[in-house]
Ligand binder design. Structure first.
Ligand code: SAM
Length: 218
């Protein structure tokens, strides 16, 4: 794929419209909307598909994977309640778009992807765009214990259950956001770690993600 990095009035206008669509769908965290309005989502698409970049849809990025629907990105991000300086682990780097949204909110991002081609692309493209994350290649279903604890953990693929390791790697007061279910649909689950072995769990709306594949996953 040939990537081009030009952000002109057409893309900026389309981004504003996307923000309006997300507001209408119930996203009300102003900082999240601002981040969506700022990150050029078309940079994650081949130029041929730029006209798809600001539709509220998931889109193929190769290797059988997708860049998540903007609504889903905004929904998960909103649930994380990111504060400037938060250390965030993202499982499923994919295109790198979600990582950029987290960085716009001031997070320090540790992101892991199991598909080598996607990993190699984000390692090059994100710094080129001016976003500096810590990139890892491998199975993120067990988290990244070497860098734990994390203030927030976001899983961007559908898991069959909540991996114990992720709960362990969460700081006290930290939040884990993870879609859990079967291969077809998943419920968004948020887990707040209130004490070392104490968690507050909420089960929210239904989504459809690509599967989390790994030792503690499918
Ligand atoms: N956050 C991504 C974005 O902004 O484009 C969305 C990515 S896509 C919906 C989910 C990603 O999770 C895929 O790229 C997939 O390869 C990756 N994935 C699945 N299982 C994984 C695992 N065990 N460890 C790391 N990445 C995984």
């Amino acid at each position: 794929m040939a990537y081009k990095f030009v952000d002109n009035y057409r893309e900026k206008g389309a981004r504003k419209q996307l923000v309006d669509i997300l507001k209408k769908k119930g996203i009300d965290d102003e900082s999240v909307l601002k981040a969506i309005g700022k990150v050029p989502r078309h940079y994650f698409f081949d130029e041929t598909f730029w006209n798809q970049a600001y539709k509220d849809i998931a889109f193929p990025i190769g290797e059988g994977q997708t860049i998540s629907q903007p609504y889903t990105v905004a929904y998960q991000t909103q649930l994380l309640h990111i504060k400037k300086g938060n250390k965030v682990l993202e499982i499923g780097t994919g295109s790198g778009y979600q990582a950029c949204i987290l960085m716009e909110l001031g997070a320090k991002v540790y992101t892991i992807e199991r598909q080598e081609k996607l990993y190699e692309r984000t390692v090059q493209v994100l710094p080129y765009m001016g976003y500096k994350a810590h990139f890892f290649l491998g199975d993120g279903s067990k988290g990244i214990p070497e860098h734990a604890p994390y203030d927030k953990i976001i899983v961007t693929a559908g898991a069959p259950m909540v991996p114990e390791e992720l709960l362990r790697q969460l700081a006290i007061g930290g939040i884990l956001v993870i879609p859990v279910g079967d291969a077809e649909t998943q419920k968004m689950v948020t887990i707040l770690k209130t004490a070392e072995n104490d968690y507050e769990r909420h089960v929210l709306d239904t989504f459809r993600f690509v599967p989390l594949v790994g030792d503690r996953a499918w």
